[in-house]
Design a protein around this ligand. Structure first.
Ligand code: BES
Ligand code: ZN
Length: 890
């Protein structure tokens, strides 16, 4: 297990001989000149010994700020001015050098007068614009501080462990509203049109959680059972679209109150939709901010997948109010404590609120599968990832921290059982409230309630990257039981040889199994390389599935015998759990890709066993597998023709059943399933006359009259537009694009951006890319359109990659200063759809010649994945899939 001193070594931190206790911050923005004045008084305690060098110096974080003056006042009232102020742009710090030394073992108040820029980069204190319903340009000024941008708004110790309280005052135009983490405490008119608004002092918290926003808003409100007032704000005129997020918020807050046994600690909770926003949402304590599409739900038009997205985002951010805000990781290397736990908890609360969403079944495809996809690469990283310079953390807001993190939390819950799991969390919350923790503290909380070796078991999952492949070495089928000999080894996505330093990797694996009789009660913990397990059977020809419920982030390799029993259990629906049915097929796909472990022929045969499958979650997985094969096989026309027929034979019967038409009594997942099926039609059947006609009829009727929601329900809108555009020309393209300008619903605009790239004509694909960077599309949105071009097929990916190379300078100018996740998205959307070794080389070379230091990790992962897909193609080509007889034998 990691010891503390090696964890701490190498962290670049500010010196801790002065420690902020309270920030009293006043901000006066100029919403016309896009600047702001800042005045901060920081109450600091000082340590009892400083070095000589430190005795008259204070260094704080600061970025893109200018300083007018600084001074400190001692306890006895002496005022000492700063003689020199040094800004270090590279380290994003400012150092004040005073004319006299700082008193030791005491407290001082440091007062700094500074100026900043109200930027348009969606980071720090920034501005966003939108057009109101009368066509006027409106501004919202708001903040986004995580991970390292509080320092763009005021000088501070911008480290998660430097918790302090915050007293904020905003001086703003009197006709605008403003909110912060805490309720308003005082409002004074400064002159005719400005007010000075103060907020109550916050509890002790980390700087990245401070927030405020200023603008014109409408809101809806409700009280939770525990008496917390939740208000949900949107740009004026959209209050009705806030209701769903409010309902989710009320339910989630009450759920977490019960779950943690610690009440939500603040007097209120506001949630605000911000017109321009880099991420999906941000959990600022008491003031959660959202991208418009991730909070607003138009009750007349929203799709079920949009509702589910909003619900999970709301639940995720509310979970952070405890996990992250009340108790915070000490340093960014434990970011997963925030994001992994919230990724688990979003499903918990969404499931409590809407059991019919089947969040836990969906977890397997949404989280577990995404985690394993990334974690099979050599360019992955451990959940607990060393972070030296804080900026490195920006690259680990990824599927490892979120999805693998969430998956290991779900696994430990399966091992401990809900009661101990919950009790441990409750104790942890109480013990560390308003403080900081590291991963081990969480393990210990569970260890104490369960008496199980949690830290030992979990270290193998969070301290080493990668995950195990569990292989069945031997099997002995008897009348009433089967004895299995199991072996674990490190799974690599492309089947390459295990690097020498990885041969000894071991995980502590809970072995959970199921048979026709259901899930076995007994759980074995496998700690060694091999293990033997005995599983009771109902009969000699029963089936056995390992990793029951897909509770463990690993893959399983079966023998042909076991696989054929399992395949039958899928076909006959004897395997009842959709998590198990989908787990089986996504594992199989990954094993074929990793070459040694399963043949392409067996995969296709297994797939054909899903021909009567009707479950939405299983189809999410099937659609990943079918789509993945499509992408790779599109490079080989001969196989592709046969494969396409095969895919059609799987897809068409269910399309026939669910149809295109929404029905009044559709279940939540039925609507989502319809979206998946029409999207598969788009991939495999868009040349069918009847499909084209149906898409054309529906698109045209809708574009003619967008209030006619029933002719084109939102759950199928993107794929229907895609089919329409694919088979259409300029006229159809213009009609869809015109809708972007006609609607004032951002979710609908996103639909257009996600569709446009499907237009077949190359000129139109280029036109889409030109449009995105013309300045007309918000920075936060243009990766959607780039993705729609690159994923539109072979031509599309060539065009989007060329476009990126031709315009990378401009893209860098536009995005380089925003959150790096936006550039990540642009790079992956532009270049990520290839599947050949040559392209992987070409792309690697391009980024070597044109370095993107903040996106290096993403680029390495993208190209490694591409190489794996390139190898995959050769595996498929060398198999019987290239023989027509194989396909006709199915
Ligand atoms: N803390 C993050 C927001 C964030 C992300 C800040 C990256 C800085 C850098 C927030 O809690 C979050 O995880 N948001 C997700 C939504 C969630 C449902 C997965 C997002 O923005 O996509
Ligand atoms: Zn989060």
């Amino acid at each position: 297990m990691l010891d503390k001193s090696s964890k701490v070594a190498g962290r670049v931190l500010l010196p801790d001989y002065v420690k902020p206790e309270r920030y009293d911050l006043k901000v006066t923005p100029d919403l016309i000149a896009y600047t702001f004045d800042g005045l901060v008084s920081i109450k600091m305690t000082t340590k009892d010994s400083f070095s000589d060098e430190e005795s008259n110096k204070i260094t704080l974080h600061a970025k893109e700020l200018m300083f007018r003056s600084a001074k400190f006042q001692t306890e006895d009232g002496k005022i000492v001015a700063a003689d020199e102020i040094h800004v270090n742009m590279k380290a994003t710090t400012v150092t004040f050098i005073f004319s006299d030394s700082i008193p030791q073992s005491s407290s001082i108040t440091l007062v700094i007068d500074f100026v900043g820029c109200l930027n348009n980069q969606m980071a720090g204190f920034y501005r966003s614009h939108y057009t109101d319903k009368n066509g006027n340009d409106k501004i919202v000024a708001s903040t986004q501080f995580e991970a390292l941008d509080a320092r763009r708004a005021f000088p501070c110790v911008d480290e998660p462990a430097a918790k302090a309280t915050f007293l904020l005052t905003l001086v703003v135009p009197a006709d605008l509203e403003c909110m912060s983490n805490m309720p308003e405490s005082k409002r004074v008119t400064v002159n005719d049109n400005k007010v000075e608004v103060s907020f109550l002092e916050s509890p002790k918290m980390s700087s990245y959680l401070l927030a405020w926003c200023i603008g014109e808003f409408d809101y809806v409100q409700a009280q939770t059972a525990s008496g917390v007032l939740i208000k949900v704000y949107a740009p004026r005129g959209k209050a009705a679209s806030c209701q769903y997020a409010l309902d989710c918020g009320v339910k989630a807050l009450d759920s977490f109150n019960d779950f943690f046994g610690v009440n939500y600690p603040l007097p209120k909770l506001d949630m605000v939709a911000i017109p321009e926003f880099a991420a999906g949402a941000m959990e600022n304590w008491g003031l959660i901010t959202y991208r418009l599409v991730d909070m607003l739900i138009d009750p007349a038009t929203a799709s079920n997948s949009q509702k589910q997205r909003v619900c999970t985002v709301v639940c995720h951010e509310i979970a952070h109010q405890w996990f992250g805000n009340l108790v915070t990781m000490t340093w960014w290397d434990d970011l997963w404590l925030n994001e992994g736990f919230a990724s688990w908890a979003e499903n918990y609360a969404a499931h409590e609120a809407f059991p019919d969403y089947q969040m836990w079944e969906q977890f397997v495809v949404d989280h577990l599968s995404r985690a394993l996809k990334l974690d099979g690469l050599l360019s992955s990283h451990p959940i607990q990832v060393p972070i030296h310079h804080a900026e490195e953390v920006e690259q680990v807001f990824d599927a490892i921290s979120y999805c693998k993190g969430g998956s290991v939390v779900r696994m430990i819950k399966a091992v401990l059982g809900m009661e101990n799991f919950r009790k441990g969390l409750g104790n942890y919350m109480k013990k560390y409230a308003y403080g900081n923790t590291e991963t081990l503290d969480l393990w210990q909380a569970w260890e104490e309630v369960s008496g199980m070796p949690v830290s030992e078991m979990m270290a193998s999952w969070t301290e080493q990257m990668g995950f195990p492949l569990l292989k069945v070495l031997k099997e002995d089928w008897q009348d009433d039981k089967v004895v299995l000999e199991l072996e674990q080894s490190w799974f690599l996505a492309d089947g390459s040889d295990t690097p020498d330093d990885g041969k000894d990797k071991l995980w502590t694996i809970p072995i959970l199994t199921c048979t026709s009789a259901g899930t076995q009660e007994d759980m074995v913990l496998m700690r060694e390389k091999t293990a033997s397990v005995t599983i009771p059977l109902r009969s000699k020809d029963d089936w056995v599935k390992l990793n029951a419920g897909q509770e463990v982030p690993m893959r399983v390799q079966y023998s042909e015998e076991m696989l054929s029993r399992l395949s039958k259990a899928v076909r006959t629906k004897e395997m009842k759990s959709s998590a198990d049915r989908v787990g089986l097929i996504i594992d199989a796909y990954a094993l074929v890709k990793a070459n040694q472990m399963m043949s392409p022929e067996s995969l296709i045969r297994l797939l054909s066993g899903y021909k009567d499958e009707e479950d939405c979650v299983v189809w999410q997985g099937l659609s990943d597998v079918l789509g993945g094969l499509e992408m790779v096989l599109s490079e080989d026309e001969k196989i592709f023709v046969n494969y396409q027929d095969f895919a059609r034979s799987l897809v068409l019967p269910l399309v026939e059943k669910v149809g295109w038409e929404a029905k009044k009594d559709d279940a939540h997942l039925t609507s989502i399933l319809r979206g998946i099926m029409v999207s598969l039609l788009c991939t495999f059947c868009s040349d069918d006359i009847s499909v084209k006609q149906e898409a054309k009829r529906r698109s045209e009727a809708f574009l003619e009259d967008p209030t006619n929601v029933s002719v084109l329900p939102t759950d199928i809108k993107v794929p229907v537009f895609q089919i329409f555009l694919k088979s259409g020309g300029e006229k159809e393209y213009d009609a869809v694009k015109a809708y972007y300008y006609k609607t004032n619903d951002n979710a609908e605009r996103k639909t257009v951006l996600n569709s446009l790239g499907s237009a077949e004509d190359e000129k139109l694909k280029v036109a889409t890319l030109d449009w995105t960077t013309s300045g007309e599309i918000k920075l936060q949105d243009f990766f959607y359109a780039i993705g729609s071009v690159s994923r539109s097929g072979k031509k599309g990916r060539v065009i989007s990659w060329k476009y990126f190379q031709d315009h990378h300078q401009r893209l860098k100018e536009m995005l380089g200063n925003s959150n790096p996740s936006l550039m990540d998205a642009v790079i992956v959307m532009s270049a990520g759809s290839f599947c050949s070794l040559e392209k992987a080389e070409e792309i690697t070379k391009f980024f070597k010649d044109h370095p993107y230091p903040k996106n290096e990790r993403k680029i390495a992962q993208m190209t490694e994945n591409m190489r794996a897909n390139g190898k995959f193609l050769t595996i498929l080509q060398a198999s019987d899939l290239s023989k027509p007889e194989f396909w006709s034998s199915l």
